[in-house]
Ligand binder design. Sequence first.
Ligand code: SF4
Length: 340
Amino acid sequence: MFDIFSPIQVKNVYFTNRIVMAPMVRFGLPSENGVMGEKLLQDYLVRADKGIGLMISQTLGVSTERETAGGAGAYSDQHIGYLSKIAKACHTNGTRFFAQLGLPGFGFYDDRSDDVNKLTKQDLIKIRDWFIRGAEICLKAGLDGIELHGAHTFFLNMMASSYSNKREDAYGGDLTGRLTLAREITEAIKSFSGDDFILSYRMGWGGDLDIDVQTAQALEHMGIDMLHVSTGIPKDRKLQLPAGFEYNDVVYTGCHVNKHVSIPVIAVNGIQTLSRGNELIENGGCDFVAYGKPFFADSDFIKHSAKNSDYKPCFECRECKWFTDGEKCPAQIIAKAHAN
Ligand code: SF4
């Protein structure tokens, strides 16, 4: 039986455990010309020696035309330096590092909901090439992989969803059509990346579990190496969870998808303690467990959990301070006071 500290290998990439630091934007920690500012960089580097199996960056933009929140990017060789610094620090400590690549600015729940339908084929080819270039930059920087952001209504999510993609050309229509762009990106990246570089996909849920399974299987079939299952379109999907399943709809979706694919699946969302994540792994629910706010609240989340696996550093504030200024996170303030 595996537990959360059991190693796992995906292609040629060895992970010392199944604990993932989820991609999280650090608002208020800026970047310049797509290069992480010193404070933001430090926020990653201080977590590089903390025993994390896989660290995934916040969404990095693939173009100057559409910047991500936080402004960090992977669209120029100038970005190799900061990415390689994080990768090297992670590797020294046995942690793997992926960059999450995404394209923002296509809000499904705002007045730009129709944007994916207005793009020409030439526009899509340009966007496809941005993602491919982003992966090349990450490979050159020595990262262990990338994660294509296809959840949270980001661009690839909108392309994949029947709610948002109403295109009538080869990039729309049925699921196969709606995933055409993802397939073209995947095939191009796999043509140069080899077995030491993982191509993960953060998949946003769809209207029901059947479409989730079909999407996951299509992604596996096109060559995606790992899946990370999160929310998508529609936003507030509610499932009737089986009695005794003590996690939320997002985690359930990840575990359900995991039963229908053979590639590893990362489950995420509201899993606040190591013991809760461990239970998922021990029961075969998923292969990796991603934590967000626990790592915001305490960069030593794993070390402190080793003494007490129910350790829960995040206070679950009504509004997480990291959306405005992480230095106001109460858990951080208390930790600093104890350290002084
Ligand atoms: S601000 Fe509150 S919710 Fe956010 S990480 Fe800190 S303790 Fe958790």
